[in-house]
Design a protein around this ligand. Sequence first.
Ligand code: KIV
Length: 257
Amino acid sequence: MNFKIKKILSNKNKKSLICLTAYSKNISKILDKYCDIILVGDSLANVVYGMKNTHKITLRTMIDHAKSVKLGVKNSLLVVDMPKGTYKNRSIALKNAKKIIKLTRCDSIKIENNSKNFSIIKNLTKSGIPVMGHIGFTPQYKKKFTPIVYSKKEEKKLMNDANKIEEAGAFSMVIECVPESISKKITKSLKIPTIGIGASKFCDGQILVTDDLLGLSGFYPRFVKKYANLKKLIEISIQKYKKDVLNKKFPNKKNSF
Ligand code: KIV
């Protein structure tokens, strides 16, 4: 087993795992100093390509961005999302997962749960492909962002799905937008680490979309904490640049040849 995955597994009940998304090298190089896991999420579709959901992002685009991200990653575990439609059955999933790993040199792929793909995950893990699961709110199977309200029956189904994903050999699992009481129970019942997004501090780690926490994306649901306002900072810098160019203050002698 990949030593980075062993390290992630050994963290269960110890230190909280720090996880963030990246879509390119300049950001991944910074994140690599601080993160246990860097995810090339298919949120790329919304955040970078302005799509209304993640349903149409292609494998090619995910691979191209993952290659760029990999250039900045040395220490973190690099996970790449398998886009919708690329893991329809066991053989398609295996072919595409192998392609992602070969072309991007990432450590693992992530698959969103649709309560039907446990055998697909099992086939991947048996073939030596490390898999991160993803339960709760799964954007690939939803039209828009609406956190789910859980009845007792749905809670039981979610617990059951989490167990089946673990049994299928996944080494970790994202839990998205799930009430605290349920994510706490799931985290306790699993041996593999859970990574929460809108799923409480009781998960074994936390993940956010980096553009959201930096205040760049304009998407700030309740589970996002904005740690910076980069949008503002960029605007101020561009305004200064514009002013300097208009006033012939840039480029000056130092910037010229
Ligand atoms: O696509 C993504 O960025 C994700 C994270 C939000 C977990 O799946």
